[in-house]
Design a protein around this ligand. Sequence first.
Ligand code: ATP
Ligand code: MG
Ligand code: MG
Ligand code: MG
Length: 570
Amino acid sequence: MRSSQYLLSTIKETPADAEVISHKLMLRAGMVRRVASGMYTYLPTGVRVLRKVENIVREEMNKAGAIEVLMPMVQPAELWQESGRWDKMDAELLRFKDRHQRDFVLGPTHEEVITDIVRREITSYKQLPLSLYQIQTKFRDERRPRFGVMRAREFLMKDAYSFHLSQDSLQQTYDAMYQAYCNIFTRLGLDFRPVLADTGAIGGSMSHEFHVLAASGEDAIAFSDESDYAANIEMAEALAPEGQRAAATQALSEVATPNAKTVADVAALLQQEMVLVSKTLIVYAAKADDKAPQTLVALVLRGDHELNEIKAEKLPQVQSPLVFASEEEIRAAIGAGPGSLGPVGMPIPVIVDRSAAHLSDFICGANKDGYHFTGVNWDRDSKDYSIADLRNIVEGDASPCGNGKLVIKRGIEVGHIFQLGDRYSQALKAGVLNEEGKHQIMTMGCYGVGVSRIIAAAIEQNNDEYGIIWPDAIAPFQIALIPMNMHKSARVEEATLRIYNELIAAGFEVLFDDRKERPGVMFADMELMGIPHSIVVGERNLDNQQVEYKNRRSGEKEMLDIAAVVEAMT
Ligand code: ATP
Ligand code: MG
Ligand code: MG
Ligand code: MG
């Protein structure tokens, strides 16, 4: 590819609206452009990387015995009503009507559609087990789309679904998928950890998440420093020995009368409550009264009891007017040390019912589904706490596996596998005739990979001050070919063309920077784009029939004989 015929779209300046490094670099390297909140156009460089990730995922799925299908992104409401999720899903499920006033959704996931297909196509035990997958656009109307493609509203997912007649068979496929996921993330060149995950509301018996380790990760994961135990924080908390942290087994509950009248009261009362809340949870309290229809205090508690105020602009969904306690006020009230608000989990916005004019109870909760309580009394004397399983694990606690101490790190969830059991097959009556000729409901597994999120996660792990450093497997181009002052030197042009044609013939993906730019501009762009290998053709080295090779990751340079370039790159 010649850059003069390509769409490079690199940007020198750091975009102001990007918080994390991957988002900044994806914009600067000309990979994506924002169309609307959480929606992106992939420019050519972005598409090239996306396709590479997709192909690795596809190859490993095929190897694991899954078969590719493609389901529609738009799904009829009837299927969601049948599964019961039409009523259960909140606004993350985008619903709309067609011209006949029929209800539809934009698929956030495809359990319903696939179960519907399988119940129609599969009739006999002889056709099982069956694993089907697709690589398809998903839409989730996320509360807080952010970090570019990392938490987008429209994004690309690989989702696979498996169908079985026995738990043994499900377990076999689950294990194969687990292995396939390890293969995928290893091939992608990522530092990742599979962790035990909570099966949560969906039920089911077993679940693992795959996390790419990165400081900007929205999740926390816990490992044992002695065994191979690893779990996401919710799971580690759920499994933590009871009473590990005396105060933490207490939690917030529904009690009636609040004593606090002002933000300062809340802050003062939080001094008492802060120990009750896991460091990965976000505590917030909202209060409505006549003077301030919505008074909200949002605090993040993490690390060594760092407390941070979440600024008003970070909660765009909560409508003004908002009154925030200042960070100093909160710190003073709780005596917390310095800390900064990092890109950690976000609070689920507190929606105070404005119609209840004298609503005076607090709503509090955490960045975890189901951990929300209304009417909470922050009275320090109240001992009527209810969520007994909210345990507060911290680094150094005993590992739930019994071996070693817990180490806690941040991770980006890039994959999730799940034994669903009969949650969907039962609701949709998806069964087959078993060996005895009896109708039997199938048991299912589902397996997701965040194909587009992987790109951001890979950049979080692979960058330096000059830009992206792609792992070879997903680089948009393998080689940057940079001629110096080609437009003034026929000799440079001739040598570059020769090398270019040879590399292309040998099957390399080469970005030949034939722009009339200064060498410094070309180097900077190729480094920003993270192309793993570059070859620089210049007058001086041509005197010795040589070109300069530079490795993007190590920075090492090496002289190569022109005749041996292809061989050296192979
Ligand atoms: P998260 O906890 O980050 O919201 P999730 O648990 O809701 O993710 P799953 O339903 O498990 O996501 O979907 C499978 C995979 O899809 C996730 O592991 C993740 O890699 C990816 N994914 C989920 N939501 C998004 C999103 N908003 N943007 C990009 N990728 C996403
Ligand atoms: Mg989610
Ligand atoms: Mg998750
Ligand atoms: Mg998940």
